[in-house]
Design a protein around this ligand. Structure first.
Ligand SMILES: Cc1cc2nc3c(=O)[nH]c(=O)nc-3n(C[C@H](O)[C@H](O)[C@H](O)COP(=O)(O)OP(=O)(O)OC[C@H]3O[C@@H](n4cnc5c(N)ncnc54)[C@H](O)[C@@H]3O)c2cc1C
Length: 502
């Protein structure tokens, strides 16, 4: 563990800065994975995981709405090093149990500080280290750390509050307006009329989970989303289990199988989007029948995979609609009223409870105020190195996963990269590494973090101006392409001229 710089205080509190080789911000799936990789690949490095919330899990701790579950399979959303043995789509509790086992099996708890929020991070070129300050959420005491390397695993959105648009008349509505991210545990929806605003994975999860208890639940959407219904079971996995194959083999084989299938599917989406569209709509038709107005309610305006595509286990939302317990309205909101929502079409949706499944509020690097030699860092002035490092920012990596593949695939990939980089720096006697544009790259156009024709979820489009920039070159962007990165990352030349060492 780290040593307090004044020799007295071990907890990083009361202004006494405790020093670590590596400081990881966040104890979600990324931070716990980073801790695992450091433990196994760089066992001599001291490290701490600093987490704002009272426990591990990140996304899977924050979200407590009914039915909360993954939309990725857990063979790829799980780590490569720990077999997933349950059904592929998992609940938040199951994911946290799995993460808890990783923490326990690798003795990560002793490295983790909960209810510690980092507020500032300052790099000193002279000292070749980061100084971090923050606050304990439970006692309000100040905390301070120093670290050689920062591994940012703080996710990409504000955990305390979701994004809710402002609609006219919200104050007039008499019932509760609830965002799924801040779900009140005592919310009573038994026999109530519920309207869920939104059409994404969250709405599609909440609706079937609540449908049997409400008197009726309506999904109110401005425009539809693609869904991919299917069984919550993978045939090859079940066959291997029947043969008594050991779970670590099953995990590896299932991962390979899923990744091949996803690769083909993603390619099909770009090469034959109309065919994929038809295939997806047929999946919906199977549940709702040919009389249902699929064109209005389930045919998105965008092409498949331009926004996250939600897998729907056993088509449960469609089953709810087919049974009459749930329905879909595609319209725009004119205003809220005392008793519900008045739509542009003139129709009124009566509601006792309104749920705003309207998405996230993007947070760039955990809202931490960064400085480099006392100069404030504006991340939108930086260019990203492969969606993980930033020009002018020494000794720092951010884990930002994939949109079209499980986030955790990148946690493992970056785990290998960071550990290789740290070992390379030790072997060459260097204390810092900073990405920089080559002279012929400096004047290239700086483009937004992602190409909105490629992927365009609302939370990204709302806040893209705050994100680092990309160049139209492979190593200066987050390619969102796991299949390419898995081969390229292990081959990155750490002595390349895009890295400046000191
Ligand atoms: C409901 C929901 C379902 C999802 N399902 C999937 C899925 O099926 N597949 C998939 O690939 N992706 C999914 N995602 C995306 C998901 O967020 C990521 O896959 C992944 O969980 C992110 O993990 P993370 O550890 O990087 O970040 P997070 O889970 O966001 O965890 C970051 C942690 O860092 C802490 N933190 C932030 N700032 C600070 C600070 N300044 N100081 C201290 N601590 C800080 C936060 O409190 C949080 O606990 C889903 C997202 C949501 C919201």
């Amino acid at each position: 563990m780290g040593q307090a710089e004044n020799g007295k205080n071990r907890s990083g509190q009361n202004g006494a800065a405790e020093h670590f080789d590596v400081l990881i911000v966040g104890a979600g799936i990324s931070g716990v994975g980073a801790g695992y990789h450091l433990t196994h690949q760089c066992p001599d490095k001291s490290f701490v995981i600093v987490e704002d919330q009272e426990d591990f899990g990140g996304t899977w701790l924050t979200h407590k709405y009914p039915g909360i579950r993954s939309d990725s399979d857990l063979h790829t959303f799980g780590y490569r090093f720990k077999p997933w043995v349950g059904p592929p789509i998992a609940t938040a509790d199951e994911i946290r149990t799995y993460m808890g086992e990783v923490i326990e099996e690798n003795d990560l708890a002793r490295h983790t500080r909960y209810q510690h929020k980092i507020l500032t991070a300052s790099w000193s070129e002279k000292d070749q280290r980061w100084t971090l300050s923050g606050v304990r959420e439970d006692t309000d005491e100040p905390i301070a750390f120093t670290a050689n390397f920062l591994w940012m695993c703080q996710g990409y959105y504000h955990h305390k509050e979701g994004y809710t648009p402002e609609w006219k008349g919200m104050d007039a509505f008499k019932g509760p307006i609830v965002h799924p991210q801040t779900w009140p545990e005592d919310l009573d929806y038994k026999d109530k009329k519920v309207v869920v605003i939104g059409s994404g994975a969250t709405a599609a999860t909440i609706i079937p989970a609540m449908a049997n208890d409400c008197s009726h639940i309506t999904m109110l959407q401005r425009s539809p989303t693609y869904f991919r219904p299917g069984r919550n079971e993978i045939e090859i996995t079940e066959q291997l289990r029947e043969l008594g194959i050991q779970e670590d083999w099953i995990h590896e084989i299932t991962r390979k199988y899923i990744l091949k299938e996803q690769d083909e599917f993603t390619r099909m989406c770009f090469e034959h989007p109309e065919d994929v569209k038809e295939e997806l709509l047929n999946g919906v038709r199977e549940y709702l029948g040919s009389d249902y107005d699929i064109k209005t309610h389930f045919t998105p305006k965008y092409l498949p995979w331009r926004q996250r595509l939600a897998f729907v286990p056993d088509g449960d939302i469609f089953q709810g609609i087919a049974s009459g317990k749930a329905s879909v309205v595609t319209d725009e909101i004119e205003c809220f009223t005392e008793k519900g929502i008045l739509l542009r079409s003139g129709e009124t949706l009566e509601a006792d409870i309104i749920i705003t499944a309207t998405g996230f509020d993007l947070s760039v690097l955990g809202d931490i105020a960064f400085t480099v030699d006392e100069k404030p860092v504006d991340f939108s002035d930086t260019v990203t190195y492969r969606g993980m490092m930033f020009t002018g920012l020494p000794n720092m990596v951010w884990v930002f996963g994939y949109f079209r593949a499980s986030w955790t695939l990148r946690v493992d990939l970056l785990g290998d990269f960071v550990c290789r980089l740290l070992k390379h720096m030790d072997a060459t006697g260097k204390t810092s590494v900073t990405p920089r544009l080559r002279p012929d790259e400096k004047d290239l156009p700086r483009l937004p973090w992602i190409d909105e024709n490629n992927f365009n979820p609302g939370y990204m489009l709302r806040s893209m101006h705050l994100m680092p920039k990309r160049l139209d070159k492979r190593e200066w962007q987050h390619t969102q392409d796991y299949w390419m990165e898995k081969d390229e990352f292990p081959e990155i030349d750490l002595e390349g001229d895009e890295f400046v060492y000191a």
